[in-house]
Design a binder for this molecule. Structure first.
Ligand code: SAH
Length: 356
């Protein structure tokens, strides 16, 4: 019996989205077209929202028809599966990928900014106990063009230029390293968002933080700490067993040394777990001498998790201890709370509804 291991014809269709202007020029020339069409293609992909080659009306009709009949490339855009606007103006999207997988993206407008919360994986393998995405399991990494598509979609639908990117959607960015770094390059050079306006959030993966430092990017690294001690951290983050807090902090120190950029430590406040004033003291001690900023995120209720959001008093008490120790601290007030709160929850609820 012969087993057909050849990829089917659909998998040979390659995305154009994610390619630089010189790569696009190379491609148009390989198709027998003049090189200036590379610049045109770049403009239609990244500024004009082309979804298929037929959309690109400056291209010769014959050439466009040829592709419509026998595509070897595609633009690589996803479809909007669901779009929800919350009362505070946050817009949530479920995007359907070519293989039918669903990923979540959020557009967050604030005065002059438009921030997109971008996903890097369908689901997440890290299984953090308080996280909706972690509860839902892992499906696959996103391709580079699937990451970039999220930014373009929010920009098009919200009709406003995206100014900031946070890699805080579904998934663990440093587990999809190549596509993350590739997508950052495109978001920066081809979409035109400054590196300093890009934040990558990670729970910490062994060896990946120093590796990321060596990219010498100007992006902000946010590290999900969530606890001041190994013991408490391991309670809520299963992967902390394999990557102890002490090793994570060493890698963070190395990151600051290599890049000269401060780290943003994220700390989800869970009532009775990590929100005691003594724990704020331990946290201040843990990050002493660090060029850093602490971002406190009061827990957003996730239906399957047994955690509680601390009271406003407990949050303020925690802040005061950190301020006493001169720690730069802010509390992230989650917007869009009434509509499925944190990233990953909309998709989770959508899946549950489908399963009913
Ligand atoms: N995998 C990345 C991105 C996760 S989302 C990381 O772990 O950093 C961004 C932040 O939101 C992380 O710090 C994550 O731990 C936190 N988070 C996830 N679920 C949450 C919830 N229900 N309430 C508050 N913060 C949450």
């Amino acid at each position: 019996m012969t087993v057909n291991t050849l990829p089917n014809s659909a998998s040979k269709v390659l995305p154009l989205l994610g390619r630089s202007q010189s790569e696009l020029t190379e491609w148009v020339v390989s198709q027998g077209q003049p090189s200036y069409r590379g610049k045109q293609l770049h403009d239609w992909l990244y500024n004009k929202g082309a979804r298929s080659l037929e959309d690109i009306t400056v291209f010769p009709k014959g050439w466009r028809e040829e592709f419509a009949q026998n595509p070897t490339v595609e633009i690589g855009r996803s479809q909007i599966h669901l779009h929800k606007t919350t009362r505070d103006g946050t817009e949530k999207f479920l995007l359907k990928l070519a293989d039918g997988e669903i990923v979540e993206t959020v557009g967050i407008p604030t005065s002059k900014r438009l921030t997109v919360c971008v996903s890097t994986q369908v689901g997440c393998p890290m299984a953090c106990d308080f996280c909706a995405t972690g509860k839902g399991g892992f499906r696959r990494n996103l391709a580079k063009h699937e990451i970039i598509d999220q930014v373009l979609t929010v920009q098009e639908v919200m009709q406003q230029r995206v100014s900031h990117i946070v890699f805080m959607g579904m998934g663990e960015p440093l587990l999809n390293y190549e596509n993350l770094v590739g997508a950052i390059a495109v978001i920066n050079k081809d979409i035109g968002i400054g590196q300093r306006n890009i934040t990558v959030s990670t729970v910490g993966i062994p060896n990946q933080i120093p590796r990321f430092a060596e990219e010498h990017l100007q992006v902000t690294l946010a590290v999900s700490l969530h606890a001041p001690t190994q013991e408490v951290r391991a309670q809520v983050i299963p992967s902390a067993d394999r990557y102890p807090l002490i090793a994570l902090m060493d890698d963070c120190r190395e990151y600051v040394e290599i890049t000269g950029r401060r780290i943003s430590f994220e700390y989800t406040l869970l009532a009775g777990v990590n929100d005691a004033p003594e724990q704020a003291e331990e946290l201040a001690y843990l990050i002493r001498g660090f060029q850093s900023h602490v971002n406190l995120i009061p827990y957003n209720t996730v239906s399957d998790a047994d955690y509680k959001r601390p009271t406003e008093r407990a949050i303020q008490a925690f802040v005061q201890v950190l301020e006493h120790y001169k720690v730069a601290v802010s509390v992230r007030r989650t917007r869009g709370l009434e509509a499925d709160a944190a990233c990953g929850q909309l998709r989770g609820q959508h899946e549950k509804a489908l399963a009913k």
